[in-house]
Design a protein around this ligand. Structure first.
Ligand SMILES: [Zn+2]
Ligand SMILES: [Zn+2]
Ligand SMILES: [Zn+2]
Ligand SMILES: [Zn+2]
Ligand SMILES: [Zn+2]
Ligand SMILES: [Zn+2]
Length: 487
């Protein structure tokens, strides 16, 4: 039992000591430079040191530096607290290796070694890397190996370059690509890049797709320098070019359809009904009406078979012929006239026509031949004397009673030339003046307008114009004593 307990304790101690080993601190190794503010050709002394209580036994360290920037000054390696030191300046392309082994472990702060670097070019770095470190664990007094492959601390010495001399390389900006200004430090090669902003495009408005009435188009800007197309924007679709169309003609039986149609793309809108047309009615006579009976008719549409019901055509008025002579009047008998329908012979307004009366010509009616009744008298008025002295005269008068026919004329004649004669303008008087001795018969004839004799009368006058009568007459004429008797 006692043996078992002591075994358990031994295991616990072993476990706890393992735990202590794992917590053992890596010795604090660091590096310092005497200066970092240097010019080319200056020397920088770098010292690697160990902090207090490092318990360091041995160490393998690489000093890593840029061979373009630094050159290890020959035989500048100077080990201080260390026995058994090797230093290989050309361990690798850019490494120098230091291996140091101590007689005892280091308890106090100490410098391990120092090394001089000649600055060939500023801008380089010097760092250390611990490859293998041995130290004594402070609790157990036991050697512990710490193998590390990276820097123990961030111990990097940087020799800053002021980048005073620079070369500048410029790539001009275009409208499609940013430009670049690269400044390179002539000493360290450090590059600084500055971006030069793109130039503005040289735009031109273009239409990348024409708008139609079906689809929106697209416009954009085209850079005439780099051909980049950008700022694309829509062009609204064009309005349709709508025209009225008839999709279906309207008739008197059916409604039609009209609409608007785009003449470009055929888009149809606004369909509306066209009202039905009225029937175009045409009258069809089935049976004509007359003045004695009604007729029949219907109305039928010219364009379809629509028919009205049969309608009655009212009786027509009579077609009266006015004043139709049924019997002509004669000179003495009246005639008959009436109004007669030319279709049905219906007779109205029967009236008599006055007898025409005779139409006499040359004493006879030209119509019925009846002799014209004498209804006037015609004679030569009896003269106051029938013996007329030489150079004296008398006026013979006609005497008419009643009415003479129209255009009647009186002709005078003498059966010899014992008297000088002169007729009055209307022919009703004849002035006779004694000239030669002897009897003379004067005749007056009444004629109608056509020269037909209607009546006549005569008178015998004596011209007292013997030899001595003529001498007397001469003297009476000389002294103005000749006389014309008025009757
Ligand atoms: Zn520089
Ligand atoms: Zn451009
Ligand atoms: Zn259209
Ligand atoms: Zn119709
Ligand atoms: Zn009739
Ligand atoms: Zn008659």
């Amino acid at each position: 039992m006692k043996k078992t307990l002591s075994l358990i304790i031994a295991v616990i101690i072993t476990l706890s000591s393992l735990t202590l080993i794992s917590y053992a601190e890596t010795p604090n190794i660091s590096m310092i430079a005497d200066t970092t503010n240097v010019n080319v050709g200056d020397v920088v002394t770098v010292t690697v040191k160990v902090a207090k209580d490092s318990n360091l036994c041995s160490v393998t360290l690489d000093v890593i530096y840029d061979k373009e920037c630094f050159e290890v000054v020959k035989d500048s390696m100077h080990a201080t607290e260390v026995m058994g030191t090797t230093f290989n300046e050309n361990y690798a392309a850019n490494k120098a290796r230091y291996v140091g082994t101590l007689e005892r472990f280091l308890k106090n702060e100490a410098n391990l070694f120092s090394i001089q670097f000649k600055v060939l070019k500023r801008g380089g770095n010097i760092s250390i890397e611990a490859i293998e470190v041995y130290h004594i664990d402070d609790v157990e007094r036991k050697e512990v190996t710490t193998a590390v492959n990276n820097s123990l601390k961030d111990d990097t010495i940087s020799i800053a370059c002021p980048h005073t001399e620079k070369t500048t390389e410029t790539t001009d900006a275009t409208c499609s690509k940013e430009g670049k200004k690269v400044e390179t430090c002539k000493e360290c090669g450090h590059k600084t890049e500055t971006v030069i902003a793109k130039l503005a495009h040289t735009p031109k408005d273009i239409v990348t797709k024409e708008a139609t009435c079906k689809e929106a188009g697209e416009k954009a800007k085209l850079c005439t320098v780099c051909n980049e197309i950008y700022d694309k924007t829509a062009i609204p679709a064009l309005p349709h070019n709508m025209k009225d169309i008839v999709i279906k003609e309207t008739t008197c039986n059916e409604e039609g359809i009209k609409a608007k149609k785009c003449v470009i793309c055929g888009y149809i809108a606004d369909e509306t009904y066209l009202p039905r047309l009225p029937h175009e009615m045409q009258e069809i006579i089935i049976e004509e009406a007359t003045c004695i009976k009604t007729g029949k008719k219907i109305e039928q549409c010219r364009n379809c078979n629509y028919r009205s019901i049969e309608k009655t055509i009212p009786i027509l008025p009579h077609t009266m012929e006015k004043d139709v002579i049924i019997q002509e009047p004669s000179c003495t008998e009246p005639g008959i006239k009436a109004d007669i329908c030319s279709f049905c012979d219906k007779t109205t307004n029967i009236t008599t026509i006055q007898a025409t009366g005779h139409n006499y010509k040359n004493g006879k009616c030209v119509n019925c031949g009846e002799a014209e009744p004498i209804n006037f008298t015609f004679e030569i008025q009896e003269p106051s004397t029938k013996r007329i002295r030489c150079k004296d005269g008398i006026i013979l008068h006609t005497k008419i009673t009643g009415k003479l026919p129209k255009g009647a004329k009186i002709e005078w004649s003498a059966n010899n030339s014992n008297f000088n004669i002169e007729k009055s303008a209307d022919g009703t008087e004849l002035t006779i003046i004694s000239k030669d001795n002897g009897y003379t018969t004067f005749t007056a004839i009444l004629c109608d307008a056509d020269g037909n004799e209607l009546a006549k009368d005569s008178v015998e006058m004596y011209s007292k114009s013997g030899f001595f009568d003529k001498i007397g007459g001469f003297f009476r004429g000389l002294f103005g004593l000749s006389k014309i008797y008025e009757n």
